[in-house]
Design a protein around this ligand. Sequence first.
Ligand SMILES: NC(=O)c1ccc[n+]([C@@H]2O[C@H](COP(=O)([O-])OP(=O)(O)OC[C@H]3O[C@@H](n4cnc5c(N)ncnc54)[C@H](O)[C@@H]3O)[C@@H](O)[C@H]2O)c1
Length: 323
Amino acid sequence: MRVALAGLGDIGLGAHLPALLRHPDVEVVQLCDPDPRRRAAAAEQLKARPVEIGAEVDIDAVDGVVLATPPWVTPELTVRYARAGLFVLAEKPVATSTEAARIYEQLTDDQRHRVQVGLTYRHDPAIQQLKTWIDNGTLGTPVLARAHIYDEPRDATNPEHTARITATLAHGTPVVHEGAHVFDWLSHLLGGQPASCDDAWSHQTRPDLPAPNVTGARLSYPGGHQALVEFGWLTTALSRCELTFLGDRGLATLDGFTFDLQLTTADGRRDITFPGDRTTRCFDRQLQRFTDLYDGTRKAGEPSLDDGIAALRTAELVAGRAR
Ligand SMILES: NC(=O)c1ccc[n+]([C@@H]2O[C@H](COP(=O)([O-])OP(=O)(O)OC[C@H]3O[C@@H](n4cnc5c(N)ncnc54)[C@H](O)[C@@H]3O)[C@@H](O)[C@H]2O)c1
């Protein structure tokens, strides 16, 4: 599969490019970014590999494109490349609002099926293990899910990072960006989209931030499952990042960074870790699904554009209710 990577920022060069270079069935044909500094950083990372580096994807030279672009850029590019017949792996969130996501209505069903959304951590074996425990009643039913997602600290020694995350905050509270992943996991684990958002709140830790940097909500899922979610960015220290699933018979805890799992039931405590680091594991599995889509092993992108839009809808519901 001949692939272009568009967006040579943090996640593009840090996770997508290494995964693309590791995959035996992928040929990295082009790297694209309008920012010459990002193109220079890519050239340095590639060393002597012969890959074309430019500002825009040459549609005729590739079978697929990975979009590691900001969410205010991704929708228009996804539509452009899917309509040109390419397979598209598009980073989450799929847009900054459901209104902005309406551009995807321009795609035919066939074009839509060629789009896979970068809800990367859905692919982790820890999520599959949790699903098994919830579905087979190991934890008891219903469960109370608690997601505490605290990331992107304000680091005085890294002003570039703080500036970038502050700029992202101006395009929506952390729930829109982090919620893309978390609401996708929760709907996957708890049997569907939430029936309601019952309560929500937000909190701003400094007046000079462009939006509240901590947001939370209580949601009801099918089957009586409940979820309490919290998202926080840009504080000097962070609360613990973890998800817990508590039922009458057991408690499962997922470390938010490593995805190490812990299960406690009447039989005692089990710790489960999976080989390798979470990023490598998940970006490799994600890319494998993308090549499966290209060679026809899979008939539609998974997670799909609809999954990405559903997660965005929940995030928007929470952000709106909190406001
Ligand atoms: N799946 C994951 O685990 C994961 C992790 C981190 C970030 N992300 C998502 O990835 C996206 C990028 O995040 P990031 O942290 O790398 O941001 P970033 O700002 O570091 O990188 C984005 C890059 O896209 C480039 N760009 C802008 N317009 C472009 C265009 N038209 N064509 C090509 N490139 C263009 C920018 O110049 C920049 O280099 C965001 O949507 C973010 O939410 C996903």
